[in-house]
Every structure is written in C-alpha cells, then in structure tokens.
Design a protein around this ligand. Structure first.
Ligand code: VJV
Ligand code: CA
Ligand code: ZN
Length: 390
C-alpha cells in the first residue's frame, strides 16, 4: 500500500461514481468531467484508496433535488435533449433556464447532475450518521446553480443539497469556497438565514469577471432584523495572489469565523481554478498553497464535507485534489512528489512528472493585491463578525 494506512482516530469516506466521468459538455468547453478520471488514477496509484471507506454513490432522486430546485426546472433537465437547442418551440424555456454556451444541453445531462448531486447528499448523510468524519466528493462543488436556473457550468446545486442534509442535525453550518469564482448560488440559497455562514474567496471585478457578485460589502440582507444579516462573507481579490498572502488571509478570515460562529459542520469547496496556470483563473497559487487551506480547515476537527468545483487545467486539478486527498487521510508526508510510473495517463504530467510543479513561476500573473489591501479586507471581515455576534 506504499506505506499508506488509515488515519488514526477518524474516518475518511470517498464518494464517487465513475459514470460521471464520461459526460462531455461539448467541443472545447472548459469543463471536463474527465479530470475526475485523472484524479482517481493519481489517488489509486499512490494507494490512498486503502485509507478511506469507498462508496459508489447513487443518483439523487428527483424528490431529493426538489428540496432546493423548482420541479419545473428539474422536469426540464430530465426531458431535454441536445436537439432541443435548435427547436424554436423550446427556445423560450431554454433561455429562461439560462441554457447556452456556458451551460449547454449534452447527452446524459440529467444523469450527470443527479450523480454528482447524489454524491454530495450521500457524503453529507455519512457525516450526519457519524459514519465518517471527513467525506469527499470531488465531482461536486457546483456552486453557481440556482433554484430554477443553470449558471456557470452548474445545473444542480449539490452544495446546497448537502448543506440542507447537514442542517437536519447541525444548528449551524459553515461554507468555505476557494474556487476563483464567487460562490453565488450557495450564498443566495442561504442569504436569509443565520444557520449557514457562507465564506467565499474569489477574483472580483464587477464588470469583467464571472459572476460579478461577491463585493466586500455584500454581507447579507440589508435589514438588521433579518436573521441572514452579516452571514455572507465575501473576500474579493485581484489578479495574481500568491501562496503566502493567500494562506495568511485564509487563516485570519476562516480562523475568526470558526471562532465566532462555532459551526457543527463545515463544507469546503476546493475549486482548483484558483491555481496558477488555470485556463480560466488568474491567481498564482501552487498545489501546495491550495492544499494548505485544506490542511488548515482540517485542524478544527469539525465534521467536514469536501467537494470539488472549478478547475480547467485537468493535470493540475488532479494534482491538487490528489494532494488534498492525501492531506485529508493524514498521509501527505508519505506521498512521493514524483508521480508513480504506474499511473495511467502519466504522459499528462510531463515533462516534470511532479505532483508539485512550480505553477506560480510558469505563467506568473502580476500580483495586484497590495499588503495594505489584504489587511483592509481582514479588518472589514473582523468588523462584520462583531455585528454577527449580535
Ligand atoms: O463569463 C461568463 C459569461 C459569458 C457569456 C457566455 N460566454 C461563453 C462566456 C462569457 C459571460 N461565463 C464564465 C463562467 C465561468 C463558470 C465557472 C464555474 C466554476 O468554476 O465557478 C464552478 C464550476 C466563463 N468563463 C469562461 C467561459 N465562461 C467559457 C465558456 C465556454 C468556452 C470558453 C470560455 C463555453 C464553451 C466553449 N468555450 C466552447
Ligand atoms: Ca470562491
Ligand atoms: Zn470557478
């Protein structure tokens, strides 16, 4: 087993269904479910699967998805076929559900959505039933989907569905999102409740970066008597942030939030498009820097649901999520940074064949986040937490 054993004192569960992986968004679309195949190959080549409980997830049922989504929208997802994109009598519905270039109709769409959603729901239930302390679903994390609308490559919001499961047992759930995009769908779903604290770190540029929401002062409903007031935390960033600054910011913000809010469970969205060299992203994080955030969240010892999200350079997505799996099973120190000879698709990891290539040096984007700016963001978040305490 390459010396990899089960972690001491807690259980990690892995939730996946290989039937998710072959779905195809269409020619040259950035979202590639195949990155999950690559991730799994790395995890298995290192023997990490011996350290976890492995669950083949089932598809979420229509009723389970209807706990958040509108039934007419789910009905549409269930019956629509690629040819409907050209059918004039369907064009109004297609437009109203925001189907288009970002969120196309492809073969097996409903199957794809119900499988990744089923994974996150199952993972949440394992935590709630005390059958796992850390539950992982790398196929989930699709944070932009709305009640009755697709958005940003997301159709069904598995995170919202997972949090709804956790809320059955935990009075307070904290959501942390390190995808380079704003976690708008999750924020919006829990905007008016104080039972979920959402925290998103993201590139923010109202007019030029998707989805254009997530400003620092967007903190929850404006009315102070609305329970959701102050329960959305947004950390808007500029291009080029690097490991050390990001990690310091992450620890200050997340540490203060956990201390003040005392969540019973944490959901961590690990979107890998915040890595350097991402096809859509604009940050300079390395695999190690991204992983350090996961490691920090693990130190709280609070039941943890870990999901994937964005990530558009598949070789780096799989590096990050394999490394983060090793952190979660407490085996990061047993992982050879040289990618094993035995891994399938090893050619994707050349020419370095390293788990930790210097991404921040390969396509350095100028860092537009001054120390003063980052300090002002931390100060604003701490001020917000004072209000939250009431
Ligand atoms: O910026 C946008 C919206 C547009 C309209 C649609 N066109 C295609 C792009 C500009 C304003 N959308 C973003 C969506 C990002 C979603 C991120 C999802 C996540 O990581 O947060 C969670 C999973 C966007 N950025 C880049 C693209 N869309 C893009 C879409 C394509 C494409 C190239 C870039 C769709 C199809 C094809 N190429 C062939
Ligand atoms: Ca984010
Ligand atoms: Zn993203």
């Amino acid at each position: 087993h390459n010396g990899i054993t089960r972690p001491k004192g807690y259980r990690v569960s892995w939730h996946a269904n290989p039937a998710v992986e072959p779905h195809h968004f269409g020619q040259s679309h950035p979202m590639k479910p195949w990155r999950l195949t690559l991730t799994k190959q790395l995890v298995m080549a290192y023997g990490m699967h011996y350290a976890m409980d492995l669950y083949l997830t089932r598809a979420a049922t229509f009723e389970e998805m209807a706990e958040f989504h509108k039934e007419d929208y789910l009905e549409f997802l269930r019956q629509v076929v690629p040819a409907d994109m050209e059918a004039p009598e369907q064009s109004d519905r297609i437009a109203s559900y925001n189907i288009g270039d970002d969120c196309p109709i492809f073969d097996g769409l409903y199957n794809y959505c119900s499988l990744y959603a089923g994974g996150t729901i199952d993972a949440a239930r394992k935590l709630v039933n005390n059958q796992s302390e850390i539950a992982i679903n790398w196929s989930g994390g699709l944070h932009h989907a709305k009640k009755a609308e697709a958005s940003g490559f997301c159709y069904v919001n598995d995170i919202v569905l997972g949090i709804l499961q956790l809320l059955r047992h935990h009075p307070r759930v904290m959501y942390i999102d390190i995808d380079v995009h704003h976690g708008d769908g999750v924020e919006q779903a829990f905007w008016s409740t104080d039972r979920v604290l959402t925290v998103s770190f993201h590139k923010y540029d109202k007019d030029n970066f998707f989805p254009g929401t997530g400003a620092l002062d967007s903190t929850g409903p404006a009315h102070p008597l609305n329970p959701g007031a102050h329960h959305a935390i947004n950390v808007p960033l500029n291009d080029g942030i690097e490991d050390a600054d990001y990690l310091q910011l992450f620890k200050e913000v997340v540490g203060s939030c956990v201390e003040t809010y005392r969540p019973g469970a944490i959901v961590l969205q690990c979107g890998a498009d915040s890595l350097g060299c991402d096809r859509l992203g604009c940050f300079n994080l390395n695999v190690t820097g991204h992983g350090s955030c996961v490691e920090y969240v693990k130190t709280f010892g609070i039941p943890l649901l870990v999901v994937g999200g964005g990530g558009y350079t598949p070789r780096n997505v799989s590096r990050a999520w394999a490394h983060e799996t090793s952190i979660l099973i407490d085996a990061a120190d047993k992982i050879d940074p040289n990618i094993p000879e035995t891994v399938a698709f090893r050619n994707h990891f050349g020419p370095d064949y390293s788990l930790f290539p210097p991404l921040s040096e390969m396509r350095r984007i100028e860092n537009k986040n001054s120390k003063a700016y980052l300090a002002s963001v931390v100060a604003a978040v701490k001020e917000q937490l004072r209000y939250m305490k009431g």
